[in-house]
Design a protein around this ligand. Structure first.
Ligand code: IPM
Ligand code: MN
Length: 371
């Protein structure tokens, strides 16, 4: 298959983790005989610095013209600590999601067998957890009208949803549940919010089209508690934009590191793949950022194009790295490897999985005899 991919590596650790994802895709292209071309473009704080705009027109055009977008991370403390900054890096990402119509953000959360003891949560609580979060991405409070009175003393953000916005992501979530354990949980705040009551009504109607999927509801405050009390009860979680943002960060604790969580953002015509973590500015350039979330985002890209064997080849390489503790300091404080070395191992393993019987513990990553 031929794919043209826009690479928006962004700020902070974005470039270093994204380059490992590109490397993994290059290994896949080689092993499975595909042709992937990568085209870089600016986004975020770096784009503001170079062009004054967090999402230059050229970047948006490239994303619209290519088959998929690989996204790194955006954000810079310089803007976080300045509430009156006229432009912010995050605006680039939000506009990109909106302009490309990426209304569904899919965030898988899994407790890897080999990492069960790395999570701050007890093994018996997280064991068997396998959740797919469907977060609405182009509506709600993120995109509603924003107001600040003239005195700068009263502010508001409107949370607005239309029936159509709820319907389109709900169908995707129900279809995903049909292929999984056939359970869908709508997370909302319907005891307080009118917008949540609309979600409940629309999702309940749609559920009749998917009789094989069990639907239940949880208020978001309870869902936040259930997520750490008993996460394995969840299969597919469907929720609006901000609730999804918050509970997916919370859910990342289950896997042992936020550096493991990938995501896919899809719409009717475009798709984008990005780690759920941020730009982690303190780690920039130190080689300590975990590249696995970015690499697994590349696997989600391959899945999106129905390249299942290819996606599995990446996932197997990642699982092997985790099993052998070939990981960055977030998961391995005693004998950590760098971002690049973890990427090297995954690259090598994708190309030569059958050589995996040799004793990897004795191989220095990057100096492996298998490549
Ligand atoms: C995410 C991020 C973004 C969001 C920020 C960077 C705007 O936290 O992708 O989860 O809030 O959606
Ligand atoms: Mn977030």
């Amino acid at each position: 298959m031929k794919l043209e991919i826009a690479v928006l590596s962004g700020d902070g650790i974005g470039p270093e983790v994204t380059s490992q994802a590109v490397k993994a895709m290059e290994a896949i292209a080689h092993r499975f005989d595909h042709s992937f071309t990568f085209k870089d473009a600016l986004v975020g704080a770096i784009a503001i610095e170079k062009t004054g705009n967090p999402l230059p027109d050229k970047t948006l055009q490239l994303c619209a013209d290519t088959d998929a977008v690989l996204f790194g991370a955006i954000g810079d403390p310089k803007y976080d600590n300045n509430p009156s900054a006229p432009v912010r890096p995050e605006q680039g990402l939000l506009r990109l999601r909106k302009e490309l119509g990426l209304y569904a953000n899919i965030r898988p959360v899994k407790a890897y067998e080999t990492l069960l003891d790395k999570s701050p949560l007890k093994r018996k609580i997280i064991e068997g957890t396998d959740i797919s979060i469907y977060r609405e991405l182009t509506g709600g409070i993120y995109f509603g009208e924003k107001r600040l009175n003239d005195e700068g003393t009263i502010a508001s953000d409107l949370c607005e949803y239309s029936k159509e916005e709820i319907e389109r992501i709900s169908h995707l979530a129900f279809k995903a549940a049909q292929k999984r354990r056939k359970k869908l949980t709508l997370v909302d705040k319907a005891n307080v919010l009118e917008s949540s009551r609309l979600w409940r009504k629309v999702v309940t109607e749609i559920a009749t089209e998917y009789p094989d999927v069990g639907l239940d509801f949880l208020f978001v405050d309870n869902a936040a508690m259930q997520m750490i009390l008993n996460p394995s009860q969840f299969d597919v979680i469907l929720t609006e934009n901000m609730f999804g943002d918050i509970i997916s960060d919370e859910a990342s604790v289950i896997g042992g590191s936020i550096g493991l969580l990938a995501s896919a953002s899809v719409g009717d015509t475009c798709c984008m793949f990005e780690p759920i973590h941020g730009s982690y500015p303190q780690a920039t350039g130190k080689g300590i950022a975990n590249p696995i979330a970015a690499i697994l985002s590349a696997a989600m890209l391959l899945e999106h194009f129905d390249l299942m064997d290819e996606a599995n080849a990446i996932k197997e390489a990642v699982e092997k790295a985790l099993e052998l503790n070939i990981t960055t300091p977030d998961l391995n404080s005693l004998n950590p490897l760098t971002t690049e070395k973890v990427g090297d191992f995954i690259y090598d393993y994708i190309l030569n999985p059958e050589d995996s019987n040799i004793n990897f513990e004795n191989i220095h990553v990057g100096q492996s005899t298998i490549i």
